[in-house]
Design a protein around this ligand. Structure first.
Ligand code: ZN
Length: 432
């Protein structure tokens, strides 16, 4: 699993190993591309249940609505959507003469979404992709536990609002589902004059059916009187997500209520095929406990982490780890530095074809991660171990580690890639 916010070194490691060991491909293309040929025509965008090729979901009947309507059965040959129309409720608001505009759908997931990006020059743009997603009727990507949600938004001492568990949330359960309400191209701020950028963000939020849903989120600017609310909210609450090969700031208003901890209890995962973001518990969360996620990369020592949290999110971190005795914090920092350094050393050993050394280092990495309590990545590291053994032609050990990875993924509620891994384990079983 490669998380948008936090795990660049791990992603690099997984990707490299993916190249090394072509039998398994756990890191799938997270960002589907709209290839134009299969895109949905503009006139059908408002209602069709048909999805463009790369986004086809097994549980959605192929183009049932489209075919039943008799409008056009030959959907494979339809033209891509016109980029400035499609699902958008208004004419785009543009920062002329730049290509940047704000596009707003008032219908997406019943609460709308605004997208700030450049007017596209071709049909494979991120905007085309987002337009087709916004227009599609996706089933919810996950099944949440029935009944009331197991959490509530509550005032937390010295932190403003936060999210607190109202009953036990078991490890691995996905308990919160949210959708993007604002997506802003990360390049936009550097391409526009400040006033133009601010106006785009303001319009993008004002045009939503309930602007307060986003404008009421936390602000962190040190100069709230001088910084417009829309900009402050976006900067304080956005996640970095990737769509159509472009990086966006994504605002997910429910998830934005979850506060940070340096050793968090939950993690988020963005799904580029439907603009959803889900929150999974990576350990048991008890009733009354505040639910937390990490806003920074996991591998940062406190000396990097805390100034970053203060500069970007405007708070001094007082989480359990940051409030622990100096010796404990120092030990944690040493472990995180080590985790940061061992990853590249594993890669270098793989580069040299020294799998024995790579395995030794990765083993050390696993022990350190376990000691630091950073469990969400354990399945990935087990899988890496399996791949290293496989590359070293030790299939029995490879199978053992893949089985461990599988157990870990299942316990952590990871479904993506699990079937493929099971297939590989079967293959390896047959080989012995
Ligand atoms: Zn902290």
């Amino acid at each position: 699993m490669c998380f948008s916010k936090s795990s660049a070194p791990l992603c690099a490691l997984l990707q490299l190993l993916l190249v090394t060991s072509s039998t398994i491909s756990r890191v799938s293309a997270a960002t589907p591309q709209d290839d134009g040929d299969n895109a949905i025509p503009q006139k059908h965008l408002q209602w069709t249940g048909c999805l463009p090729g790369p986004l086809v979901h097994a549980s959605i009947p192929t183009c049932v609505t489209l075919a039943a309507s008799g409008l056009d059965r030959d959907h494979d040959k339809l033209l891509p959507p016109a980029d400035t129309a499609g699902p958008w409720a208004y004419a785009p608001f543009c920062a002329d003469p730049t290509p940047y505009c704000a596009f707003t759908s008032t219908a997406f997931q019943s609460r709308g979404v605004s997208v700030i990006t450049a007017k596209p020059s071709n049909s494979t743009s991120a905007l085309s992709l987002i337009a087709s997603i916004v227009s599609s009727r996706f089933p919810p990507p996950i099944r949440l536990p029935s009944g009331n949600p197991p959490y509530e938004v509550r005032e937390i001492k010295n932190k403003g609002l936060g999210v607190v568990a109202t009953r036990k949330i078991p490890r691995g359960s996905k308990f919160m589902l949210d959708y993007a309400m604002v997506l802003a191209d990360m390049e936009m701020p550097s391409k526009l004059r400040m006033a133009q950028g601010r106006e785009l963000v303001r319009r993008a939020m004002d045009r939503l059916p309930d602007p307060e849903k986003v404008l009421g989120l936390a602000r962190s600017s040190l100069t709230p009187d001088k910084t417009p609310a829309a900009e402050d909210v976006l900067r304080t609450n956005a996640f970095e997500v990737e769509l159509g090969g472009k990086r966006f700031m994504g605002l997910f208003p429910d998830i934005a209520r979850i506060n940070h901890a340096c050793k968090p209890s939950a993690m988020t995962k963005f799904n580029a095929t439907d603009l959803s973001n889900t929150v999974t518990a990576f350990r048991d969360i008890l009733p009354g406990e505040e639910i937390t996620i990490s806003y920074t990369a996991y591998n940062l020592p406190s000396s990097d982490r805390r100034p970053r949290l203060e500069a970007q999110w405007g708070f001094k971190c007082t989480c359990d780890l940051c409030s622990s005795p100096a010796s404990e914090l120092a030990a944690s920092d040493a472990r995180r530095r080590k985790i940061d350094q061992v990853g590249p050393r594993v890669l270098r050993a793989v580069d040299k074809g020294d799998f024995e050394a790579a395995i030794r280092l990765n083993r050390d990495l696993i022990d350190t991660i376990r000691e630091e309590g950073m469990m969400p990545h354990m399945g990935d590291y087990y899988e890496i171990m399996g791949r290293l053994y496989l590359a070293w032609a030790k299939t029995r050990e490879a199978r053992t580690w893949f089985n461990r990875a599988l157990g870990e993924y299942k316990a952590a509620g990871v479904t993506e890639g699990v079937e493929k891994l099971e297939g590989v384990i079967r293959q390896l079983s047959g080989a012995n």
